[in-house]
Design a protein around this ligand. Structure first.
Ligand SMILES: CC(C)(COP(=O)(O)OP(=O)(O)OC[C@H]1O[C@@H](n2cnc3c(N)ncnc32)[C@H](O)[C@@H]1OP(=O)(O)O)[C@@H](O)C(=O)NCCC(=O)NCCS
Length: 147
């Protein structure tokens, strides 16, 4: 997965027009390197839970940008007393899980076989067998204590 300018632009615009939620871009000299968003649920009875997503451009990964983006989102959540939890979805086996755990996320459930990997994303496991094509979608969560 990588940034697609048109798709990401449309997505950013759709968030901006909602008028609420959190959006933070990491850039260098005006060049976008990654971003994070957290959107309170659209139903009023679930609005205290913000759903987040993030991406960093491939060539800038492993440099601490994702860590900075997550920190900025958690600061926002702690400063907004209406936000009581952050939830996200992660493809099972995503190396980002280590990063999320470091920030206090826990797994709270999973949708079995909810994602089909592209052939280019399938690697061989240690025993030489081809890994399964379908993978779980994992729900990750953490409660937020307001400042
Ligand atoms: C997840 C993501 C945003 C992390 O951004 P980042 O700028 O690389 O993150 P940081 O440099 O701050 O942190 C790197 C840490 O994340 C973890 N990590 C995330 N992706 C990794 C990868 N592809 N390979 C190895 N470690 C990875 C590691 O724990 C690493 O910590 P370490 O360096 O101490 O081992 C980025 O890898 C990405 O855009 N991935 C594709 C999209 C994605 O998976 N988004 C999340 C969907 S839930």
């Amino acid at each position: 997965m990588d940034l697609d300018e048109k798709k990401e632009g449309d997505f950013i615009e759709s968030i901006a027009t909602q008028g609420f939620g959190f959006f933070h871009v990491a850039d260098e000299g005006g060049q976008i390197r990654g971003y994070i968003h957290a959107i309170p649920h659209s139903q009023s009875k679930r609005r205290h839970v913000a759903v987040f997503g993030m991406i960093v451009k491939k060539e800038y990964r492993g440099m601490g940008i994702g860590t900075g983006l997550l920190k900025s989102m958690m600061d926002w959540a702690q400063d907004d007393s209406s936000i009581k939890a952050i939830q996200g979805w992660m493809v099972d086996g995503n190396p980002a899980w280590k990063l999320y755990q470091r920030f206090g996320f826990v797994e709270v459930g999973r949708l079995p076989n909810a994602v089909i990997l592209k052939p280019s994303e399938i690697s061989e496991d240690k025993s030489g067998n081809e890994e399964k094509l379908f993978v779980d979608l994992v729900s990750i969560w953490q409660g937020v204590d307001s400042n």
